[in-house]
Write a protein that binds this ligand. Structure first.
Ligand SMILES: Nc1ncnc2c1ncn2[C@@H]1O[C@H](COP(=O)(O)OP(=O)(O)OP(=O)(O)O)[C@@H](O)[C@H]1O
Length: 705
């Protein structure tokens, strides 16, 4: 600030020989507080103030004396552009400000300069205070004792502590990161130090710069400036993930087997992958960041142009270097449906076609192998006289053949007569034990007291009646082979534990023997009982159950694989005809009855019936009448099929059918009343028809009414 800025009025001058009273009058008239006193040469001799003049004028002795007697000589002349700061240092109280003509213009006192300086410093201090207070960054200043001396609003928000609770306290009581105290020790600037603050429901990241404050070469404090960089941090993280995504995208595009080229709406190429270079026979560096050039890649240029114009997908197939290529250009549109990119995808159809034909060939091969395998399997089964026609049994057989290869224990489950034994034999015949023995023991058929010695054998003289030579048990007989434990559900509990030990330890003790005997036997167990239920009821040991149930195989009952009935019938009929030297046929109605029957005894029942029919039939063609009754009644719609022997007059045929129908209905229902109900006619109709049949055929259907 310049001195001229605090001089507001030109002063008057007093001549040296002027008396006090007249000088006072002059000052009062001019309304100025002081004036310079000049001598005759217009040189400043001193300064008089209004106050001094008033004091002197009040004294009669002084009032008419020259002002020189009361003036102050404690003054200096200064120019009007002197700065207040420099004037403050001057030793005199009055400063006479000279104008450009070197004439006194105004007088300022040290008090005035001090006041002005104070006001200007105060203003500056207030400004600084405001700057600090309203700065966006948090600012904390400490003195050399570590006591907080500066603390602004932003710091309040970051640190969550009010200014009044921070100022005057030691930093350690105000904030946790106390790196600022270290600065007092080291005197080193610490820039860009990052730290995070966890608030109730969010975390923010700050960056601080810590600087020591020096005065006269000594550290007198430190200042920390905090900046909330959470948003910047978030943006930077986002940028990182965008970079990562971009990198990922690049890798994916590069890894694509199809060729990919990305161009913008102007046709400038932004990306090209290796496959594109390979398939199209171009070098990426020739086209990257440049508009597609017809000369370099005519096809891509055409496609990009077509997509740009139509904003629709465009495809074309071209031949290049002996390869058939499918090029597809896809438009990429922004929210305003403006085209931003064109992505060209190139696929080498030649390779694809080759691959497809290879696949077709290998599928064909698989199909052929599959059917050959099926044929072989059927052949194998046929050779062994085993019929496997249904999907269910084919599945079972597949499993059986796979299981046969390993030595695992198998549990065969299924109703009586479904073919469990035959399956056990298939397992044996297809295992590596094929050359070893196949031994079957029916656990339910042997009395309990004999079963143990049957299974495990006995030592000479083991019990009364025992052979003197002792006896091999079935386990030993089955050594290196397969032992079928049929009806395993009937195995007494006492023997179950011994069987378990034999299976687990692979050794047995003969009855009366002390020495264990090693055995190498594959166990196949079979049952038509519900072993699981028996286990739950405690009728079958749990440990043995789980030991046997390693691979359970369910063999479905015949009624669930009816497609096997006809081939089985054929097989058994041929077999028994051959055995008994007979020639027999089954009428189609018989087969029909078989189809509709439930076969509770399964294949064994079917086998027995065929044998019986072959042996007992008096005719070459076995008809429904020769079937056991329970089989006859279960024909289509609950009755065996009606049977006419060739072409005959319709009237006779109707009569014949009536006869058969009535005969069956009467047999089944036992009374004309019930038969009438079943046939949906009156009882009197039934009676009339019975009489007519008697007249026509001479047959008495002979029923109770
Ligand atoms: N798929 C088949 N093909 C030809 N014959 C079969 C077939 N399945 C079973 N058999 C014959 O049926 C009869 C009964 O079969 P098997 O003895 O194997 O039944 P199972 O289930 O063991 O009977 P059980 O439970 O009464 O011991 C046997 O004569 C067997 O040869």
């Amino acid at each position: 600030m310049l001195v001229r800025q605090i001089c507001n009025k030109r002063c008057v001058v007093i001549e040296e020989d002027a008396v006090v009273a007249s000088a006072l009058k002059k000052l009062e008239a001019a309304a100025i507080p002081m004036a310079p006193v000049l001598d005759e040469q217009q040189k400043i001799r001193g300064v008089v103030s209004l106050e001094v003049l008033r004091g002197a004028a009040a004294n009669r002795l002084l009032a008419n004396t020259p002002v020189a007697g009361v003036m102050s000589e404690d003054f200096l002349s200064i120019s009007d552009d002197a700065s207040l700061d420099s004037l403050w240092e001057l030793p005199t109280y009055y400063l006479v400000v000279m104008d450009s003509q070197a004439m006194p213009w105004s007088i300022v006192t040290k008090d005035q300069i001090g006041g002005s300086l104070f006001r200007s410093i105060k203003k500056r201090a207030d400004q600084l205070e405001n700057v600090l207070e309203f700065a966006h960054n948090g600012i904390i200043g400490i003195n050399k004792e570590g006591v907080v001396t500066v603390y602004n609003r932003a710091a309040e928000e970051i640190i969550w502590r009010k200014k009044k609770d921070a100022l005057g306290r030691h930093l350690s009581q105000v904030i946790i990161p106390q790196g600022l105290l270290d600065i007092l020790e080291t005197g080193e600037v610490q820039l860009a130090h990052k730290f995070t603050v966890e608030y109730a429901n969010h975390i923010r990241t700050y960056m601080t710069h810590r600087t020591p404050i020096f005065a006269n070469g000594e550290i007198i404090g430190a200042v920390g400036v905090f900046q909330d960089i959470s948003e910047i941090e978030a943006i930077s993280n986002e940028l990182n993930s965008v970079k990562q995504l971009n990198e990922e995208l690049r890798t994916i595009i590069d890894a694509s087997y199809d060729g990919i080229l990305v161009a913008d709406a102007e046709g400038v190429v932004h990306r090209v992958n290796g496959a594109f270079e390979r398939v199209m026979g171009i070098d990426a560096k020739d086209i990257l960041d440049q508009p597609l050039d017809k000369a370099v890649d005519n096809i891509s240029t055409t496609i990009v142009a077509a997509v740009t114009t139509s904003k629709k997908r465009q495809s074309t197939v071209v031949e290049r270097a002996g390869s058939q290529l499918l090029l597809t250009g896809n438009p990429v549109l922004d929210k305003k449906e403006e085209l931003t990119r064109v992505v060209i995808n190139v696929r080498d159809l030649t390779e694809l076609n080759e691959l497809r034909s290879q696949l077709e060939q290998s599928e064909e091969l698989t199909r052929r192998y599959h059917s050959e395998l099926n044929e072989l399997r059927n052949q194998l089964m046929e050779e062994k006289g085993i019929v496997v026609h249904s999907a269910k049994m084919k599945k079972v057989l597949d499993l059986v053949l796979r299981v046969a290869q390993v030595d695992s224990t198998v549990l065969l489950l299924g109703e009586s007569g479904v073919g469990k034994e035959i399956v056990a034999k298939v397992i044996h015949a297809n295992s590596k034990r094929e050359q070893g023995p196949f031994i079957k023991v029916n656990c339910g058929a042997i009395p309990e007291n004999l079963l143990e010695s049957e299974l495990f054998g006995y030592e000479p003289g083991a019990f009364t009646g025992a052979s003197r030579d002792g006896k091999l048990g079935l386990f030993e007989l089955a050594h290196n082979g397969t032992l079928l434990l049929d009806e395993i559900g009937d195995l007494p509990l006492s023997l179950q534990v011994k069987l378990l030990r034999a299976i687990q330890d692979r050794e047995i003790y003969r009855v009366g023997g002390q020495q264990p005997r090693l055995i190498n036997v594959r166990i196949v167990a079979a049952t038509n009982q519900n072993l699981e239920e028996m286990r739950q009821k405690g009728e079958f040991r749990e440990d043995l159950y789980f030991r046997l149930n390693v691979i359970p195989i369910n063999i479905p009952p015949l009624r669930e694989r009816k497609e096997e009935i006809v081939p089985l019938v054929k097989k058994f009929k041929n077999h028994f005809c051959e055995v008994y030297g007979l020639e027999r046929q089954l009428s189609p109605e018989v087969t029909d009855c078989f189809w509709h029957y439930d076969w509770p005894g399964n294949i064994r029942e079917l086998e027995n019936i065929i044998e019986r029919l072959v042996v007992t039939s008096r005719f070459q063609t076995i008809t429904v009448e020769e079937l056991p009754e329970h089989l006859q009644v279960k024909g289509r719609n609950g009755s065996p099929g009606l049977n006419l022997s060739g072409i005959m007059p319709l009237k006779d045929a109707m009569l014949e059918l009536e006869k058969q129908l009535l005969s069956q209905a009467l047999k089944e229902y036992g009374s004309t009343y019930k038969a009438a109900q079943a046939l949906g006619v009156n009882q009197s109709t039934i009676v009339r028809k019975i009489n007519r049949i008697k007249d026509e055929f001479g047959i008495d259907l002979n029923v109770n009414s």
